[in-house]
Design a protein around this ligand. Sequence first.
Ligand SMILES: [Zn+2]
Length: 282
Amino acid sequence: MGQFQRWTFGNAELIAVQDTWSRLRPDYFFPAVDPAGFAAYPQHLVDNGRMVLSHTCWLISSAGKTILVDTGMGSRPLSGLPVEEAPALPSVLVAAGVSPEDVDVVVFTHLHFDHTGWNTVDREGAPTPLFPNARHVVQQLEWDYWLQAGADAMAASDRAAVLDPLVDAGLIDFVEGEHAVTEQVVTLPTPGHTPGHVSFVLTSGGESVLLLGDAAHSPMQVHEAHWCAGADIDPELARASRRMLFDRSASDGALLASNHFPFPGLGRVVEADGVRRWEEFE
Ligand SMILES: [Zn+2]
């Protein structure tokens, strides 16, 4: 089963909650990168050069609210991305002391299938919201993009299973741009991976934590910020957003919390003599 790990920053709490994980060939994940380039990063690869992609959601306690950032792969079999263990977000949340009913707000970095899967579970044959007491906060731009015919069907959420039931239950709040979830948690638009992709900034106890979403997928990108995942819809914009986040970490010491770096995926960009590397936070 997935794992969780908890940190406290001032009066806010941050928990990395692992839904499941995948083990992939990096040339499959970064199709535009010369495969010879991966050999330079053995510290970020396992098993004859494969990369580990965690599927991590983040739970934040801030200003009396319990906030979940993304909902992982979900309970239904998925063809697009093989996983190493059955997705287990609800059980891992309970192990961390949080029941689905306790979640006050679900925020989405974007609406790819691996970030919306546990929005619902099947009960008596019908997809039913798993977080019934939560407002589900969605960027309007992102929602509108996935309504278009021709939006990448492989990466899209199963609308009937995980989005429509939230609409029917009146649980979605549509927002635009820099929405404040609490006074400590604000939205930072980081488009490129998808058009309405956003990150979140948690500021508490003298620390800033940038919750990346899919602005980056592997610590190798700290060294090679121009590398783009095949799933990045607008590679130039994705690179600009990624560089902006890495620059903030390198210059201000902001922590980065990733949805896909090997678990738990909390760390910093450290720069020495013009060379950047990923340093995990203890
Ligand atoms: Zn993702």
